[in-house]
Design a protein around this ligand. Structure first.
Ligand code: PLP
Length: 220
């Protein structure tokens, strides 16, 4: 199956109101163009160096989502163009994104990355760290960053009930934060969860954005 066939098949399984981010890490600009020519405009990358090389070579109306763990010393390379950073995981990172956004005269939308999986290797705020971060109110001073919701990953497991309960946790944290801190902010509305192996469960549990690589582009 071609990239085009894969995307068209995926679109049939995903409700209109759920945004599909095509995760193109390790895939070529030709493969990205195949998706783009089929009407795919949102792409996700997880490494700054890779994104920095690809972005200038590809159509400028592509919306680039940064989904990988982001080092502060690399923020400046993506700040001029990135559409949404899914991986905000500390106040120090937020401060750096804010500074670089200001230099680019931009407001950069970001998602609070939550660590709910049962895996040490995954990054993000634990639920209590995220609560403390939002309760502190410190984030309000970073006027060039707009908090737009949450992102999370489920544990890599075959246990569907575990995956479901982790997605439920992400959605319930989103609801909690929305009520407590963003009730009047329409822009705080995104729940980014679900990948090739678990996106149907994520959609059932309230995802507004799914991040799909393998199902679109094949194995990396
Ligand atoms: C690679 C990656 C994905 C996509 O994974 P697939 O299983 O290939 O769909 C989604 N989210 C993040 C954060 C990733 O790093």
């Amino acid at each position: 199956m071609s990239v085009k066939d894969n995307i068209e098949k995926l679109r049939k399984q995903v409700p209109q109101n759920v945004k599909i981010v095509a995760v193109s890490k390790f895939h070529s600009t030709d493969e990205i163009m195949e998706a783009y020519n089929d009407g795919q405009f949102y792409f996700g990358e997880s490494r700054v160096q890779e994104l920095e090389v690809k972005q200038p070579q590809l159509p400028q109306n592509i919306e680039w989502h940064f989904i990988g763990s982001l080092q502060r010393n690399k923020v400046r390379f993506i700040a001029p163009f990135v559409t949404l950073i899914h991986s905000l995981d500390s106040e120090r990172l937020m401060r750096e994104i804010n500074n670089r956004a200001e230099q680019s005269n931009r407001i950069i939308p970001c998602l609070i990355q939550l660590h709910v999986a049962n895996e040490e290797t995954k990054s993000g705020f634990t639920p209590d760290e995220a609560r403390a971060f939002l309760d502190s109110g410190n984030w309000k001073q970073y006027a060039n960053v707009q908090l737009c919701g949450v992102m999370g990953m489920a544990t890599y497991t075959d246990d569907k009930e575990q995956i479901r309960s982790e997605f439920k946790m992400i959605k319930s944290l989103f609801d909690e934060f929305k009520t407590k801190h963003f009730a009047n902010e329409d822009s705080f509305r995104e729940v980014s969860m679900g990948m090739s192996g678990d996106y149907p469960i994520a959609i059932e549990e309230g995802a507004t954005i799914i991040r799909v690589g393998t199902l679109i582009f094949g194995e990396r």
